[in-house]
Design a protein around this ligand. Structure first.
Ligand code: FES
Length: 176
C-alpha cells in the first residue's frame, strides 16, 4: 500500500500465484486482486465493447458492461457510435433494462427525463419543479470510444490512455 491510495498486491506477489502448470485459487477469490483488476485493467485500459455490425442503424443500442459500470453502446442519429453510461444523470437510476433495441432517445423510468441517442438531456417534464438545470450539466456521461476495423473499444480512464502499438500499426478512428 502506498500513501492513502487503494490497497494493492505487489507485482511479485501476483507473479508468484501463476505457475506454468497451475494458478493459485487466490487469483479468483482475493477481493484485493479483484478490485485491483477492476481498477487497473477494466478501469485503465482500452477494452473491447462490441462490433459496429451490432449497432448498424441509427438508434440501435446494446447494453454492455465494463468493469463495474453499465453502458449503452449506441449508434446516434448522426451515425457516430458512442458508449453512454446507462445511468440517469438526475438520480442515477438505470435508464435501459433491455439488452438491445432501437430507440431515438432514452427516457428514465423514475422522473421521466429524456436523453437523446447522443446522451444529451432533451426533455424534463415540468422543468419548473427543478432548479439549476444548466445546459450540459445533466447530459449522460460517456466514454472515449475508438473503432479499429469495425471493432469498438472504450476506456474508463479519466484521460484517454495510449492506443497499444501491438494492436496494429494503423491508428484507430475516434468516434467520441
Ligand atoms: S432519476 Fe432519472 S429522471 Fe430522476
Amino acid at each position: 500500500m502506498t500513501g492513502t491510495g487503494p490497497v494493492e498486491r505487489a507485482p511479485a506477489e501476483i507473479r508468484a500465484l501463476v505457475r506454468p502448470e497451475h494458478v493459485h485459487r487466490r487469483l479468483y477469490t482475493d477481493p484485493v486482486l479483484f478490485d485491483q483488476e477492476m481498477r487497473r485493467v477494466f478501469g485503465g485500459t482500452w477494452c473491447y465493447l462490441g462490433h459496429t455490425s451490432e449497432v448498424p442503424e441509427p438508434g440501435d443500442f446494446r447494453r454492455r458492461r465494463l468493469g463495474r459500470r453499465e453502458l449503452l453502446l449506441v449508434r446516434g442519429s448522426d451515425g457516430a457510435v458512442r458508449a453512454l453510461f446507462n445511468r440517469c444523470a438526475h438520480r442515477g437510476t438505470m435508464l435501459v433494462a433491455e439488452d438491445a433495441g432501437c430507440a431515438g432517445s432514452f427516457t428514465c423510468p423514475y422522473h421521466g427525463w429524456r436523453f437523446g441517442d447522443d446522451g444529451r438531456l432533451r426533455n424534463i417534464p415540468v422543468p419548473s419543479s427543478y432548479t439549476d438545470i444548466r445546459s450540459g450539466r445533466f447530459d449522460l456521461g460517456r466514454l472515449a470510444v475508438a473503432e479499429y476495423r469495425g471493432f469498438l473499444f472504450g476506456t474508463l480512464a479519466a484521460t484517454r490512455c495510449r492506443w497499444p502499438s501491438t494492436w496494429g500499426r494503423s491508428a484507430p478512428t475516434w468516434t467520441s
